[in-house]
Design a protein around this ligand. Sequence first.
Ligand SMILES: Cc1cc2nc3c(=O)[nH]c(=O)nc-3n(C[C@H](O)[C@H](O)[C@H](O)COP(=O)(O)OP(=O)(O)OC[C@H]3O[C@@H](n4cnc5c(N)ncnc54)[C@H](O)[C@@H]3O)c2cc1C
Length: 475
Amino acid sequence: MTEVDNRPFPVPMGVLSVWQRSTRDDPLVNMGKDDDLPDKAEVVIIGSGLCGAVTALSLLTAEHPPKSVVVLEAREASSGASGRNAGHCRPDAYRGYTAFSRKHSEQDAMEILQSERTVYELVDAFVKKHNVECEWTPRPTYDVCLSEEFKAYSNIAYDNVLKRGGAKEVAVHVEEASSATRVVDAVKAFEWPAATLNPAKLCYAVHHLCLQKGGYSIFTHTPALSVTASTDFEGSWIVNTPRGSIRSRKIVHATNAYASAILPEMEGLITPTKAQALKLSIPPVGLETFPRLDASYSLRYLPEHFYSVTGMPKALHESLINNVDDSSPVDEITVNAFSTFSKLFPQAGYDPAGMKPGQLRDKDVTADCSQADQKGFEYAWSGIIGVARIFLCAPALARIVMGEPFEATEIPKAFAITDQRLKKLKNMLPQAPAATPRVEKSTEITLGELQEPLAEVRLPSLTAEAEQRRVAVTA
Ligand SMILES: Cc1cc2nc3c(=O)[nH]c(=O)nc-3n(C[C@H](O)[C@H](O)[C@H](O)COP(=O)(O)OP(=O)(O)OC[C@H]3O[C@@H](n4cnc5c(N)ncnc54)[C@H](O)[C@@H]3O)c2cc1C
């Protein structure tokens, strides 16, 4: 076992999500799998999720586009979080205020929240401009408080934002929280406009727009194993893959949860954390008795917990951190989520005592890992939490890649990565957690096979290289 064996690379094949199954016949799925890698490109993007795709499109539609943009993807196209998330486009309207203002400043917190509304509008405009068929459906969203504790937390954030002129779009439900949301235990609810979508379709549509522009190629099943400084071409980097190497002056790391696998300086700051989204079958009582929920929901007992992890044993919770295995769902989470949902919506007729055949279409289970923790969120290097924010940050990132300063972009200032901030964030870590991803299963090739070429790869002297490296930096 080499040092790299412990790095969080994607497992060869994740479980297929609902969304991925809707794009199976797209030629992008395995594009470039058997094609020869070019030996150089003007820009290399590592990762074909929404962040990589929107960055590429922004580069290719710039006034002076690069001549060649190459995307390297470890497995199928868009097989990370962008292909398997919950499908909400849900700009934060107020709740992040408390956490943002603690970590940055009150002004920064307001700037971040204002940008959330902007990004929603950017996605809406993008989908309409390009006629993207991605099931884009504007609809309300609810933050439902399921405890007095979470209500108090939400109230503080909401009041602060309101006082500073924000949250104007938010409607508050107190007495009628339960009837408005149909959640029996709702203590309070906040409602504002949002949307839902099929994220895989959106991501694929962005890649297709890139392909139409020309100068664009995707190589799936081509994991970047390391990035080293070129000794022959000053100022260039070599991206090493099991299928050969590619040289470029500009590398964009759009690897989300997996960032630290090839950027070890991100270890502890971006932590892969396994998360799970489930799809329920039609309610047992039928849609006439329990019509579809029109809104999207965040159902919370505590600020840091979605309903599905409430009551999760500590050991189970810990097992999800530094875990990149998205090849199978965790049964305990499935059962917990299902029974909590059954209790919150008893009218739907699901059996809270457990699942009956057909109540959960287990093929529709998706599992994933993402930088779900606060550190990752605040510091996201190339992965960006949330579909919508990508539409603000990735175009800005493209401008940075082409030489503009961070300050000239619309990215909230608090997201700038400075030495000072890096240091502060590292200091905030209780202790640098060792990246010990569990990689157990594979359906096609083994992790050993995937990583075999690593033995041949000279690992970079990361501290020195990090100094010079022109990496993609985003929110
Ligand atoms: C369960 C779940 C539910 C979510 N729900 C929502 C939601 O409802 N709404 C919302 O806005 N956001 C949601 N998110 C977050 C959202 O999906 C992500 O923030 C977003 O998709 C990140 O996009 P990305 O392109 O940065 O990363 P990804 O889509 O994860 O793309 C990264 C890509 O890089 C590839 N890669 C990694 N390492 C390498 C390597 N070394 N070489 C080559 N390729 C590599 C991966 O295979 C992957 O395809 C959810 C996330 C999860 C996990």
